[in-house]
Ligand binder design. Sequence first.
Ligand code: C2E
Ligand code: MG
Length: 370
Amino acid sequence: MRSVAKRLKKFIREGDTFSRLGGDEFVIVQADPNQDPNFTIMGQRILETLGQPFQIGSREFFTTASIGVAVYPVDGDDPQTLLKSADTAMYVAKSRGRNNLQYFSDDMNASALAKTDLESRLRHALSHGELQLHYQPLMSLGTGRISGVEALLRWYDSNGKLVSPQQVISVAEESGLIFPLGEWVLKTACTQAKAWRDAGIPAMRMALNLSGHHIRQSNFIDRIETILNETGITPSTLEIELAENSVMGHVNDSIMALTDLKVRGVNLAIDDFGTGYSSLLYLKHFPIHRIKIAQEFVRDIIHNPDYAAITEAILSMAGSLNLSVTAVGVEDPVQLDFLRKRGCLEVQGKLFGSAMSAEEMTLFLKNPEE
Ligand code: C2E
Ligand code: MG
């Protein structure tokens, strides 16, 4: 902190105020911006200066910074509002990748407010049982039968409008609601799996999505085990899907937890494979059972030769590494034919059924031919 402050001090002129607001946040108040109205250049210089390695003792440290700029009086005509605007702009800078500078804009306020509003509505929905899981069939091309279902979150807000799952997950991750939400998903999906089994439907896989945050939460694996015990679900019928980036970005933190899951018999799938930056070496080190080819590739395999080549490469690599593969987003027979010919053994997509409510899925499972 002291070294950072020392470097920042160089940018302070007479009459300016410079302080540490708390944590790792610093504020520079320029008393007379007319002297040097170009904050962008100054901001760039600050980023460059802080980007130089810090030598502390015999070790080198690296920092990044995010800068938010608010200008009096347009962004606030009292100190509190002005600081709040700078803070909002700083968070936007952070979310757009570090080492970034953003000027405050009214849109940011609107979007920050919309987020807070969505967060409180989601909190309410979660505690009042207003969330649902829908289920999408997973089709085995080997047997021609359903091999399982993937549980997908659905939230129809008080106006009956579907809030996109990605939006829900992103707000939940930012607010910490992801933890109770993940637990609810697990419980609901396992309870449903038990209900289907009790109704005489042959045992099949229940796949569900979790966020990387869970895997790094210390007691989560125990919670999974408790829920499996409470619902009487065989661990090997549960498959947890984690997006490629949420695992690969935190390799060391994730590997222990994922190994622990595997030891307890739960299978693991890497979702959206191909869109992130997987190290192929880690694929072998991680206890992964399956990879799911991102819908993004499958959608265009017929018309985009690059996507066709990537899909082929993923299938062949998975074959060599002995990993199962599911292709997501299969909508027409031509795509299906392409995948089948290249050895893909499981698909998921509109061609075989979109996500449907638990009741609809029960009928689907009882009468698969209809
Ligand atoms: P995902 O895990 O890759 O799920 C597959 C998505 O592809 C689902 O979107 C599904 O409805 C869609 N899909 C499947 N087949 C087709 C098709 O043939 N055509 C088209 N156009 N779409 C198809 P959905 O339900 O909107 O979910 C989006 C993402 O949100 C999921 O991607 C997953 O990453 C996340 N998500 C959904 N539910 C949960 C959850 O309970 N927890 C967490 N952490 N994430 C979830
Ligand atoms: Mg998934």
